[in-house]
Design a protein around this ligand. Sequence first.
Ligand SMILES: NC(=O)c1ccc[n+]([C@@H]2O[C@H](COP(=O)([O-])OP(=O)(O)OC[C@H]3O[C@@H](n4cnc5c(N)ncnc54)[C@H](OP(=O)(O)O)[C@@H]3O)[C@@H](O)[C@H]2O)c1
Length: 304
Amino acid sequence: MIPRVFLASNSPAFSRLVYGTWRFLDDPATAHSDDLLKRLHACLELGITTLDTAEIYGLYRVEEFIGQTLKKEPGLREKFEIVTKSGIYVPCDFHPDRKVAHYNATAARIVKSAEKSLRLLGTDYLDLLLVHRPDWLTSADETAEGLNRLLKEGKIRSAGVSNYNVHQFDLLNSRMDQPLVTNQIEFSLLHMDPIYDGTADQSQKLGFKPMAWSPLAKGALMSPENPAGARLQKKAAELSAKYGGATLDQLAYAWILAHPSQPLPIIGTNKIERLIATAQAMDIQLEREDWYGLWEAAQGQSIP
Ligand SMILES: NC(=O)c1ccc[n+]([C@@H]2O[C@H](COP(=O)([O-])OP(=O)(O)OC[C@H]3O[C@@H](n4cnc5c(N)ncnc54)[C@H](OP(=O)(O)O)[C@@H]3O)[C@@H](O)[C@H]2O)c1
């Protein structure tokens, strides 16, 4: 079973592997409640109990899809922790009034969005609400006011951010009534910024775990047409037998899981067999030289 972890001392428990919902409406073959219910039950059997969504996913349609699906089985919502995000507003059919894509992390907008998420998801609490991206036009006091109000009212059980740099995180954190519990950041063998830009170090310093989005680089990591992907395929073939026949995607998850900041990778597949394969990656303990060997294959060069 996938272990349960606390993102921070003031957070609820989440599953170490999280199921991402960004692509839920992308493929007509799987974009219906019957298929999603099968995947949700597969997740529960594996111990993957945390769902990561956002107001904007599916151009503002995924939250409602999740809510309608959870409603089909009484008690199903309580078996999951729901993470959602607010703050990105783009022109689309739903909102013809919007002309320019923009961020909005004002208190009023955060509260309004969270209340909409609660309604669409069919729940009266969110386990975690994240500000999806830093809004350059809103003060930290203003953003914190919205998050603090939602925490106080019990509408959200914890608050965090996504795609914040270390300074933006520190600033908002300094205005919170209780500490932010995570920074959800892009992290994979093809996107290693967090180990250089300080975000992974900040999480260790402050004692919270980051969440890692696009752990397979949106699928690019698995593409032999991508030069780094091709080098990684070769390296994975070399390592596979040593790690019980592990495949590149499993080794890529193990690579993220091994980082000392203890990230929670967010799985992006619509396929049950890939959920199962990912869960198996939890058992892989990469040896030091193999972790660096995957780094080397991804970079196409040895360490400096
Ligand atoms: N906070 C943010 O700003 C942010 C941004 C992006 C994403 N996210 C979160 O992160 C989650 C995961 O992101 P992601 O979907 O980009 O994850 P990902 O795992 O990097 O990419 C998923 C894509 O890779 C494909 N894939 C998975 N396993 C594969 C394999 N073994 N071989 C070939 N292709 C494979 C999937 O297709 P199949 O469906 O066919 O398996 C899917 O198209 C999202 O759902 C969302 O919750 C957050």
